[in-house]
Ligand binder design. Structure first.
Ligand code: SAM
Length: 279
C-alpha cells in the first residue's frame, strides 16, 4: 500500500507557530522533503526531531518528484515542507501533489501559517472576496500583462514582494491601477511586525524616502464599483421635446416610447394630462 504525502505548513517567523500536529507528523514520517534542508534542519533541531531530509526545490522538482513518488509508492511516508509557510503557495509543492494525485498516492494537508492569510486577517481590508496574485513577474512583458489583467479586478488583491523590489512594484501598481487603499503587512509574527494602512500614492512616496526592509505582503483594494447608473430618462421630457419639434401628442408618445424602450400605453395618459391643454 502506498504511503502518504503530508503537506506541512511551517512558521513564517515565529517558531512557536508550528502546530502540535505538524510536529507529530514530522516526527512520524519516514523522510522529509524540504525546499532547503538547512532551513529544515533548524526547524527540526528546535523541536528535537531527528529525521532524514532530501531537498525538493524549484530546479530539481522534476527528478526529485519522481524519486519521492517512487518511495511513496513503495510504502514510505513523506512530509513536504518549504522555507516558510504553506507549501505550494508561491512555493514548491504543486507538482509533487499533482504527481501523487495522478498515481493515487494519498495527500494529506497539515495546515498552518500562510503569509497571505495572516496578512489579510490583520490588513483591515475587505476579506469578503479576495484573490491571490503572488509575485509580479520581473519579466517586463508578463509583468505588464499581469497588471493589465488586474486593472478592473474588483476583489481585494494579495501580493507577495521582496523588499528590494517593493518600490518598483508599488510604482507600477499605482501607474496602472491608479490610487487606492493598500495595506502593507510586514514581518508577520516577527519582532518588527507592522501594518501600514495607506494609499498607493502615499506608499510610493513613503518608500522613496524610507527604503523598505523585511518581508512584505501587499493587500490592495479592488477597483471601485462603477458609478451607479444615472436615473433613467424621464419620458415626459422626451415627449415635451418632440412636441416642441411640432409632433402631435400621440406621435410624440409613440416616438418617445420607442426611443426609451417603454410601452406606449404606460406614458400616454400622463402625456395627455400634462400636455393636452398646450397642444
Ligand atoms: N509559502 C509561503 C506562505 O505560505 O506564505 C510563501 C512563500 S513566498 C516564497 C515568500 C513570500 O511570502 C515573501 O516574499 C513575502 O512576500 C511573504 N512572506 C513570508 N513570510 C512573511 C512574513 N513573516 N511577513 C510578511 N510576508 C511574509
Amino acid at each position: 500500500m502506498a504511503g502518504t504525502l503530508y503537506v506541512v505548513a511551517t512558521p513564517i517567523g515565529n517558531l512557536g507557530d508550528l502546530s502540535p500536529r505538524a510536529q507529530q507528523v514530522l516526527a512520524q514520517v519516514d523522510f522529509i522533503a524540504a525546499e532547503d534542508t538547512r532551513v529544515g534542519a533548524k526547524l527540526l533541531n528546535r523541536f528535537e526531531i531527528k529525521k532524514p531530509q532530501i531537498s525538493y526545490f524549484e530546479h530539481n522538482r522534476r527528478a526529485k518528484g519522481e524519486q519521492i513518488a517512487a518511495r511513496l509508492e513503495a510504502g514510505e511516508s513523506c512530509a513536504l515542507i518549504t522555507d516558510a509557510g504553506t507549501p505550494a503557495i508561491s512555493d514548491p509543492g504543486t507538482d509533487l501533489v499533482d504527481i501523487c494525485a495522478q498515481r493515487g498516492i494519498p495527500v494529506v494537508a497539515v495546515p498552518g501559517p500562510c503569509a497571505a492569510i495572516a496578512a489579510l486577517s490583520i490588513a483591515g481590508m475587505d476579506c469578503g472576496r479576495w484573490c491571490f496574485e503572488g509575485f509580479l513577474s520581473v519579466n517586463k512583458k508578463s509583468r505588464r500583462e499581469h497588471l493589465e489583467d488586474i486593472r478592473g479586478e474588483r476583489r481585494t488583491m494579495v501580493f507577495y514582494e521582496a523588499p528590494h523590489k517593493l518600490l518598483r512594484t508599488l510604482e507600477d501598481l499605482h501607474q496602472v491601477l491608479g490610487d487606492r487603499p493598500i495595506a502593507l503587512v510586514r514581518e508577520i509574527t516577527k519582532i518588527h511586525e507592522e501594518v501600514y494602512r495607506t494609499t498607493l500614492a502615499q506608499a510610493v512616496e513613503h518608500y522613496r524616502e524610507n527604503p523598505p526592509r523585511g518581508e512584505f505582503v501587499l493587500v490592495l483594494a479592488g477597483a471601485p464599483k462603477p458609478q451607479e447608473d444615472e436615473a433613467p430618462p424621464d419620458p415626459m421630457e422626451a415627449v415635451e421635446a418632440l412636441l416642441a419639434q411640432g409632433c402631435s401628442i400621440s406621435e410624440a408618445v409613440k416616438r418617445a416610447a420607442k426611443e426609451l424602450g417603454v410601452p406606449k400605453n404606460s406614458i400616454y395618459n400622463q402625456a395627455m394630462e400634462r400636455f393636452s391643454q398646450k397642444e
